[in-house]
Write a protein that binds this ligand. Structure first.
Ligand SMILES: Nc1ncnc2c1ncn2[C@@H]1O[C@H](COP(=O)(O)OP(=O)(O)OP(=O)(O)O)[C@@H](O)[C@H]1O
Ligand SMILES: [Mg+2]
Length: 303
């Protein structure tokens, strides 16, 4: 157990959360940190909108629906849903997961896709990539296997690269889609898809889901679920009545709930207070909001 002196030393030391979070879980009787920012599917709480998102992804992929679109606000849980779906998919479904597509040329996208599927060869032109992919996909179909391409953060793709994705969706036999394509992105993606040049892509979207932010009454089960997954009990962590503070601060954005949760637990640990009183959550929320106002792009950057 940590002595008060050590905690005070830590609190006054200017050490960041990364240095201290290895200890606060013990103080609260947790096995691990409950409010990490990583998209870990073990922590997924199945709110209505997240459940629907999961169902769309799973159904669309396993039933070979072709194009699936998953959109949602910054930090709403899209990548977590993708990872949860990947964890559920059987081994015989080969998945290529493409991210970091900012400013990508169409041919770079093709390069990434063949690399993800571990295809090798001499690719001198775009046609070479497409031919190799087509042969690979036909072979997999012959073996009765399904293949998925997931493009996360697709809002970063330009119109030309998105049009290339549509061409990939044309890889099909008379009866079956060879490649299931999942496009995930922030609302900016919807604005991009509204471009008349992408009309054909839009028409091919077989399933679509928009991940909503959490509702006020969903904050309590969300906190409870994340704390239980980390091996704790909410009544040992938070005093009653913290939920509205979390909601006001985050407007239901799970990433912001986690951000506040983590900071609050660290502060309570440093001050040796448990369970965390409402006033401390209010105080942290206020100071974080002030900092956020000074740096408005924070929600986007905190990943
Ligand atoms: N339903 C949920 N249950 C538990 N945790 C969630 C849920 N939804 C989101 N989170 C958590 O919120 C954080 C942000 O989620 P994630 O990274 O999946 O958001 P995103 O929509 O992909 O964001 P971005 O638009 O920035 O790509 C992660 O820590 C994730 O675990
Ligand atoms: Mg994401």
């Amino acid at each position: 157990m940590w002595s008060i002196e050590k905690k005070e030393k830590l609190a006054g030391s200017g050490l960041g959360p990364g240095d201290a979070d290895a200890m606060y879980e013990h103080f609260f009787g947790l096995d691990e940190i409950p409010f990490s920012l990583t998209p870990d599917p073990r922590f997924l709480w199945p709110s209505e909108t997240h459940q629907e998102g999961l169902a769309s992804l799973y159904y669309g992929i396993t039933r070979r629906k072709g194009f699936i679109l998953l959109t949602g606000e910054v930090g709403a849980g899209k990548t977590t849903l993708l990872r949860a779906t990947l964890a559920r998919l059987k081994r015989e479904i080969d998945v290529a997961l493409v991210i970091n597509t900012a400013d990508m040329e169409p041919v770079d996208l093709l390069k990434l896709v063949v690399t993800e599927f571990r295809l090798t060869g001499n690719f001198a032109s775009k046609a070479d990539y497409i031919i190799a992919l087509n042969n690979f996909l036909l072979e997999r179909l012959r073996m009765g296997l399904n293949t998925v391409l997931i493009i996360d953060e697709a809002q970063n793709l330009g119109t030309k690269a998105l049009e290339e994705v549509r061409l990939l969706s044309n890889l099909e036999t008379e009866t079956e889609k060879l490649l299931q394509i999942v496009l995930t992105g922030q609302p900016e993606l919807l604005r991009k898809l509204a471009d008349p040049a992408l009309r054909q892509l839009r028409q091919r979207i077989a399933l679509e889901h928009h991940v909503e932010t959490l509702r006020p009454n969903e904050i309590a089960p969300y906190l409870e679920h994340r704390i239980a997954t980390a091996g704790g009990r909410i009544e040992n962590i938070f005093a009653p009545g913290v939920e509205p503070v979390f909601y006001d601060f985050s407007q239901g954005c799970p990433r912001l709930v986690n951000l506040l949760g983590d900071r609050v637990l660290l502060a309570a640990f440093a001050q040796d207070i448990r369970p965390v009183p409402v006033a401390l959550v209010e105080q942290k929320a206020k100071s974080m909001l002030e900092a956020q106002r000074a740096r408005p792009s924070d929600a986007n950057d905190e990943r």
